[in-house]
Write a protein that binds this ligand. Structure first.
Ligand code: F58
Length: 788
């Protein structure tokens, strides 16, 4: 039987026997689930083989602890990695259905906010592609990141409900469950410390296999759901208290109910800390259980177990692992700290002071009394080792999770070269002085399977025709495309692929109410809405440019579509005002008969992984315009460069490395450096000075102020003209200049394509396979295995 016939039979069998549907009654969701089960069946054997190989070879396991895994849709990924895309597509053609419709039916699993969560998802896929034995550990949120819509241009949030549909990929593991305690008291029983929590919930495991490229290896994403210890209080129910009877269930389930949309809100701090401890504690117990099944010497732990903390959200792992080793296994404190540190390492993703986690000592002592004691003990041990130290793990009534994570990790990494250097100079300056070998850099990467091969089939086909298929798991082979930048035929084919992607996107945007010309330049800024990412700089420049066109509507302007995508944290008022402004500007510009042929603004709602997969292949200009020193790395910037968009950007995060690799001539640089940013802030009235020096900027601000866009947007205008911490005004003039350089370059379409080809050819280093190999070598000391 051919691969295709067998797959077709399996799909039909699942439709009938797993879903209880016949072909004539099957809905698109039934087909999608039938395909998912048939594909999942093909993952199980390599999955088991991977586990067997790990046990047989006693390999070191990597555990990636993350509050977020922004995995998006999984079906296409699995089909592509099993190399079954053509067969699957033919099968559905034969059934009179479109595979795109079937794949498009899958909910986008948004168990993350942005870059940090998406990075974790790319890492899981790369770990499997490489064959590094690994588990991802996180929370099985019932509701992922909120759904965004716009009403009168303003963001409206609605709950996300991906789990209301059958989630085809997971296996429930009721046998793998742990009771996780909170609160209570700590007592000393004859020299033995005993923590007696006064509340407990059960962490129940759900496993999703993640298959690597070519289907050779699969790792597990294990997500914990919170369930009550006692499902139901029968006594209360019988006494007529029906609501109260369900209370234990409600209280427990709250812990895994929602993903925190950000940390800008004060409320729910206690719940957030509970979530962090819940999944961290369950994961550590699971890790030790697995270790115990193979080894009986705890000193081997650092040789066999690497635990990566994705930001400080799981940083309670330090004290919790020490607690497990001291209180439950009887190790001495010093030895426990040493073993824990040998296993743990920590990735920092931000230098923004407001995003560095701190927990009130009162809250910590109340919720995790034993851990608070151990944090103090860890702090004391650190002080004893370094008597001259200033840094402490607590400050002004708070526990500082950054220093705690640092102290309990054998390696601490930043996510781009610049960010890592700034970590050493700023937030971790003193800890770096005390531990000069601890901080290392691992520049982020993205998986080429999702972000090129699946998302951009036209480009992928062209690349494969030109250099063979090997690039998919050896992305630096894209270098071989470099000479083709000078080959007219190749450039034409490359430009045709981009044009077709743009046509697809313009249909998509048209169906959502914004008609755009597929021959205009597609200029894209997609990411969370944040002041430091400066979407307001971008829209301000758009207004200034619009006014310029209006002054001279018959000139030869380069047509452009400004595309925005992104969500604002529900409690982040300023970011929401930015969204409102962008939509208000879109409203005016798109209807302006004088200018709309040259300049349009599109802001499709509910930006998510799936929408990114649509936008990036069609983009020609990638906006990476954060205030220098603020964006730790960025990963969208890498996806754009690989897909042949040219970057307009500041020297921030990984932009620096992108520019170094693609070449300064193929990158539109503007703005102050991180150092200049710091100096500029010291200049009195810097914003006013910048505004006075640039009539275009002044005019754009006046235009907003006078109500052209409906509202006067006092918050934004007032901020840019006043404190302007993120230096929108001071970077405006150079940004405007760089945008005009972009237009000049775009006017020569053929040369633009040449630069785009060079961007693709020179960005192979940004594969997350390279990043993961870096972690394996520098941090985990882990080896890839081969499944038998
Ligand atoms: C991002 N952080 C960085 N945090 O901003 C970005 O530069 C980097 O490329 C990426 O991590 C991966 O290293 C980020 O996404 C969050 O989403 C926080 C999660 C917890 C709540 C606050 C936001």
């Amino acid at each position: 039987m051919t691969t295709k016939t067998k797959l077709r039979d399996d799909i039909l069998r699942h439709l009938k026997y797993s879903l209880g549907k016949d072909e004539s009654h099957a809905q698109i969701t039934d087909w999608r689930l039938a395909l998912s089960y048939a594909i999942r069946d093909r993952i199980v054997d390599p999955w088991f083989a991977s586990t067997r190989a790990t046990y047989a070879q006693q390999g070191k396991r990597v555990y990636y602890l993350s509050m977020e895994f922004l995995i998006g849709r999984l079906l296409e990924d699995a089909v592509v990695n099993l190399r079954l895309l053509d067969e699957t597509s033919e099968i559905f053609d034969g059934l009179g259905l479109s595979l795109d419709d079937v794949l498009g039916d899958e909910p986008d699993a948004a168990l993350g906010n942005g870059g940090l969560g998406r990075l974790a998802a790319c890492f899981l896929e790369s770990l499997s592609t490489i064959g590094c034995p690994a588990y991802g550990y996180g929370i099985r949120y019932e509701h992922g990141l909120f759904k965004q819509s716009f009403e009168d241009g303003r963001q409206i949030e609605a709950p996300e409900d991906w789990l209301t549909q059958t989630h085809a990929w997971e296996f429930e593991r009721p046998e793998a469950s742990f009771s996780i305690g909170f609160g209570g008291t700590v007592t000393d029983l004859g020299g033995k410390t005993v923590w007696t929590p006064d509340e407990a919930v059960v962490a129940e495991a759900f496993d999703t296999p993640i298959i690597g490229w070519d289907g050779n290896w699969a790792n597990t994403l294990r997500l914990w759901a919170a369930v009550p210890e006692q499902v139901f209080d029968l006594d209360r129910f019988n006494a007529g208290d029906y609501y109260g009877a369900a209370q234990p269930e409600n209280t427990a389930r709250t812990i895994s109910r929602v993903l925190y949309p950000d940390d800008t809100t004060e409320e729910g701090k206690r719940l957030r800390l509970k979530q962090e401890f819940f999944f961290t504690a369950a994961s550590l117990r699971d890790i030790l259980r697995r270790f115990d099944s193979e080894y009986d010497d705890l000193t081997l732990l650092p040789q066999k177990v690497a635990i990566q903390l994705n930001d400080t959200h799981p940083a309670i792992a330090g004290p919790e692992l020490v607690r497990l080793l001291v209180d439950e296994r009887g190790l001495a404190l010093e030895q426990a700290i040493e073993i824990a540190r040998g296993c743990l390492s920590y990735t920092n993703h931000t230098l923004l002071p407001e995003a560095l986690e701190r927990w009130g000592i009162e809250l910590m002592s109340d919720l995790l009394p034993r851990h608070m004691q151990l944090i103090e003990a860890i702090d004391k041990a650190h002080a004893a080792e370094h008597p001259d130290r200033q840094v402490t793990m607590t400050d002004e009534g708070d526990v500082l999770m950054g220093p705690l994570a640092f102290a309990m990790a054998h390696k601490v990494n930043g996510v781009s070269a610049l960010h890592t250097e700034l970590m050493k100079e700023t937030v971790f300056a003193e800890l770096h002085r005390l531990h000069p070998d601890r901080i290392v850099n691992e520049t982020n990467g993205v998986t080429p399977r999702r972000w090129v091969l699946s998302a951009n089939p036209r480009l992928s086909q062209l690349i494969t025709q030109a250099i063979g298929k090997g690039w998919v798991d050896d992305l630096e082979r894209l270098k071989k495309l470099e000479p083709m930048a000078d080959d007219r035929t190749f450039r034409d084919a490359y430009a045709a692929a981009k044009r077709a992607n743009k046509a697809d996107l313009s249909n998509y945007l048209g169906e959502r109410g914004t008609d755009v010309d597929p021959d205009a330049m597609f200029d894209v800024q997609i990411k969370r809405i944040h002041e430091y990412k400066r979407q307001h700089l971008n829209i301000l420049e758009t207004i200034a440019h619009w006014l310029e066109i209006k002054d001279n509507p018959n000139a030869d302007w380069v047509p452009r579509v400004k595309i925005f995508g992104g969500k604002a944290a529900p409690g982040y008022v300023f970011a929401k005002e930015i969204i409102h402004l962008i939509n208000a500007v879109a409203d005016v510009l798109n209807r302006d008969p004088q200018t709309s042929q040259y300049l349009k603004v599109a802001y499709p709602a509910n930006y998510n992984v799936t929408l990114a997969e649509r936008l990036i292949p069609a983009a020609e200009l990638s906006e990476q315009i954060s205030t220098a020193g603020k964006e730790a790395s960025g990963t969208g910037n890498m996806k754009f460069a690989l897909n042949g968009a040219l970057t307009i950007g500041t020297l921030d995060g990984a932009n620096v490395e992108i520019r170094d690799l693609v070449g300064a001539d193929n990158f539109f640089l503007f703005g102050m450096t991180a150092q200049e940013v710091v100096e500029r802030r010291e200049v009195a009235n810097h914003a006013q000075k910048a505004i006075e020096a640039d009539p275009r900027l002044k005019r754009a601000l006046d235009e907003i102020r006078k109500g052209t866009f409906g509202d006067s947007f006092d918050g934004i205008v007032g901020n840019i003209s006043g404190p302007d911490y993120f230096l929108v005004a001071s970077d405006f003039t150079d940004f405007y200049r760089a945008q005009r350089d972009v237009e000049k370059a775009y006017a020569d379409q053929d040369d633009w394509t040449r630069m785009a080809v060079l961007n693709t050819a020179r960005s192979g280093w940004f594969s997350s396979d390279r990043t993961i190999r870096g972690y394996m070598r520098d941090i985990w000391d882990a080896q890839a295995l081969v499944a038998g």
